[in-house]
Design a protein around this ligand. Structure first.
Ligand code: ADP
Ligand code: ADP
Ligand code: MG
Length: 669
């Protein structure tokens, strides 16, 4: 085993790898960019080396800097995590040349699987089933059109070098093919530096089921069973689980064996994932990811194994710790990816400081202890007070639960999501909660179209804030007023509430999500307190809880406790499994709100302009795409808010723009 390794990554995966190192007594070296000087992963490692500026291209993607850091610290091996350089054959080669072990497959295996088209040719030779399609070298447009026509529509165009759901186009009709091909090639060239495409028959209502494989340097290769990752948005995974529900044991075995055959075909070593697309009991090879996957924890939870430990052992030349016959699945595990993003605005990434961050009990995953099969595991790369920046993936945490059955795990997941409290950036927590409680997911009726098909229910604006949430906000407001009057002067805060012994006071709150104004009236008469939230006055009591930010109230016959995190005049109420954000309308200090209107032609996030689709003088309809921006690996198209004429375009392709910067000038008309 190694004495010391370098982790060429950041965020949760760097912390995850460091945890295993610590347990095995292997020293770990972090690398970090300017933006990450105080990041959690730096603290999680024994040493840390600064490698450059915030932009990944200036730090986490700089091969020579990372190799130099490994040399300087005496690290014997490098773990690449996922993303960044993990599937970069130049990096693996540079490690080899520097005499440092790359904790991953050989250069040749990365290269073989790096092109989806070439990989499919190899898999065909290894008798692994493929989706009907064309993956040839000849990229002549007319030939591609003929192939698509022969296959029958719909077809899916994919960038051969693609990944992360990018560079894919569904084509419904022959007459749309040429345009889709051109746009796919354009995106492939700009995102992956290679415009080769392949065509697949587009399967309707398929499942994404993948198999975890492991191979050692002595010819051993096993599969660690399957994961279902069908719940996706924009071809990116949102929920994952192991084992894949409803698979026949014979199908499970056939898929496992096909995945091992795929790995053997490229002399694979280390951890890899073979992704299949399924309809019914038929499965077809899609691609192989030659690295540890984001969703590997669900496999760890059902097998009880530490996959990072296996990676280290294999890279150090040890044989696989277990043989196929010794591997078993116990129970069921689910994972939800908690992101700083705004689901109701097309999952637009969100940035900002995590002012308040509370994850469900179960806490951080401690591998190799009694917690290994703990029912709740959090893998996170951030702490309260940290900032989600525009430079990297906006993931906050992965929430993983284990249960004896899928039902048990599902119930745990629902409760665990209810216990997540995040204040700062927008998050997808509520969306995830709706997903895991929706009927098709609960009944494991899984396919990749689930989110789209249930769009209305999943994205519906939430109901008026609960009366209980409003009551808790009022409690927190009164508590704050009481504290202030004690600290400052006994008269300031409460004086204007008084009215001959008893007093009443009305407050207006704004429900931040729906922008609705809600009034609450508080009345005190002697020792009796009453509160009206939307309805009539009801008897009311409130108290402070034991912990910080904790409050309780009874309103009418209902007793409820919860947490209220106050940020200026914005009250984040967490109770009964929901988060409600209420802004107290402080009538004394009311300034004009600077809400960003949906239609403004400004950058909705800091990022880079990757396409300008109009020129000055262009006459556009409402909704005409104008500019495409990219930030945090997501593309976002900005459309015209109304019909009009473009008079000026203020940025060009490649420009970095700040959040809120005006992008172009549109004259209404
Ligand atoms: P895929 O989507 O390629 O099938 P995964 O679901 O495992 O595979 O997602 C891996 C993706 O995570 C990478 O392609 C990348 O976009 C993103 N990523 C890269 N680095 C990080 C990181 N440090 N933290 C979080 N996400 C990352
Ligand atoms: P990436 O490298 O971006 O992960 P994949 O080839 O793994 O690309 O495909 C990503 C997702 O796109 C799959 O999980 C699935 O949801 C969808 N997909 C891929 N191929 C097909 C297909 N032939 N028919 C229908 N959906 C597909
Ligand atoms: Mg994939």
């Amino acid at each position: 085993m190694f004495n010391k390794i370098l982790i060429a990554n950041r965020g949760e995966i760097a912390c995850r790898v460091a945890a295993t190192c610590r347990r095995l007594g292997v020293k770990s070296v972090a690398v970090f960019s300017d933006a990450d000087a105080n990041a959690k992963h730096v603290a999680a490692c024994d040493e840390a080396v600064h490698i450059g500026e915030a932009a990944a291209a200036q730090s986490y993607l700089r091969i020579e800097r990372i190799i130099a850091a490994a040399r300087a610290t005496g690290a014997q091996a490098i773990h690449p995590g996922y993303g960044f350089l993990s599937e970069n054959e130049d990096f693996a080669r540079a490690c080899d040349e520097a005499g440092i072990v790359f904790i991953g497959p050989p250069v040749e295996a990365i290269a073989a699987m790096g092109s989806k088209a070439a990989a499919k040719a190899l898999m065909h030779a290894a008798a692994v089933p493929l989706v009907p399609g064309y993956h040839g070298d000849d990229q002549d447009a007319a030939l591609l059109q003929r192939e698509a026509d022969a296959m029958g529509y719909p077809v899916l165009l994919k960038a051969s070098a693609g990944g992360g759901g990018k560079g894919m186009r569904v084509v419904e009709r022959s007459e749309d093919f040429a345009a889709a091909l051109a746009s796919c090639k354009r995106e492939a060239a700009s995102s992956f530096g290679n415009d080769r495409v392949l065509i697949e028959k587009y399967l309707t209502r398929p499942r994404h089921v993948e198999v975890q494989v492991f191979a050692d340097k002595h010819g051993g290769a096993v599969y660690l069973f399957d994961r279902d990752c069908s719940v996706q948005r924009r071809h990116q995974k949102v929920l994952e689980e192991a084992p894949a529900p409803g698979l026949d044991e014979s199908v499970r075995r056939a898929m496992g064996e096909a995945a091992v055959a795929a790995a053997r075909a490229v002399q694979y070593v280390g951890a890899g994932t073979v992704e299949f697309i399924m309809t019914g009991a038929d499965f077809y090879f899609m691609e192989m990811n030659t690295r540890l996957q984001v969703e590997h924890p669900v496999t760890e939870m059902v097998t009880g194994l530490d996959l990072v430990e296996w990676q280290l052992r294999v890279a150090a030349g040890e044989p696989l710790p277990l043989e196929q016959s010794q591997l078993v699945v116990q129970g069921h595990a689910l994972e939800a990816r908690i992101y700083a993003e705004n689901p109701s605005r097309g999952f637009l990434p969100s940035t900002g400081t995590l002012k308040h961050l509370r994850m469900p009990a179960g806490g951080e995953f401690t591998i190799g202890t009694a917690l290994q099969r703990a029912s709740v595991r959090i893998d996170s790369g951030v702490r309260e007070g940290d900032t989600i920046t525009p430079f990297y993936d906006p993931m906050i945490a992965k929430l993983i639960v284990h249960g004896a059955t899928r039902e048990d795990a599902l119930a745990r997941m629902q409760r665990a999501l209810e216990a997540c409290e995040v204040v700062g950036p927008h998050t997808n927590v509520e969306f995830l909660h709706r997903l895991v409680t929706c009927e098709p997911f609960a009944s494991a009726d899984l396919d990749t179209g689930l989110i789209e098909r249930h769009h209305d229910a999943l994205f519906a604006p939430h109901q008026q804030p609960l009366r209980e949430a409003l009551a808790l906000a009022c409690a927190a407001l009164l508590a704050r007023e009481a504290d202030r009057s004690r600290d400052v002067s006994p008269w300031t805060a409460l004086s204007h509430w008084r009215l001959n012994g008893g007093y009443t006071q009305s407050h207006t709150w704004r429900d931040v999500e729906t922008d609705a104004a809600i009034s609450a009236t508080y009345a005190q008469d002697g020792n009796t307190q009453k509160l009206a939230c939307a309805g009539g006055l009801e008897s009311w009591t409130w108290w402070r809880g034991a912990g910080a930010d904790e409050y309780g109230t009874t309103i009418g016959d209902t007793r409820v406790t919860g947490r209220v995190f106050i940020d200026g005049d914005v009250f984040h109420v967490f109770c009964l499994g929901t988060a409600v954000v209420l802004e107290w309308q402080n009538l004394l200090a009311h300034a004009a709100d600077t809400e960003h209107g949906e239609g403004r032609l400004t950058a909705p996030m800091p990022g880079k302009v990757i396409a300008v689709l109009v020129e000055p003088g262009a006459v556009v309809e409402k909704g005409t795409p104008l500019i495409v921006m990219e930030a945090m690996k997501m593309e976002h198209t900005i459309g015209a808010p109304a019909a009009g004429k473009v008079t000026e375009v203020l940025y060009g392709v490649g420009d970095q723009v700040a959040d809120g910067a005006q992008l172009l000038v549109l004259e209404a008309g």
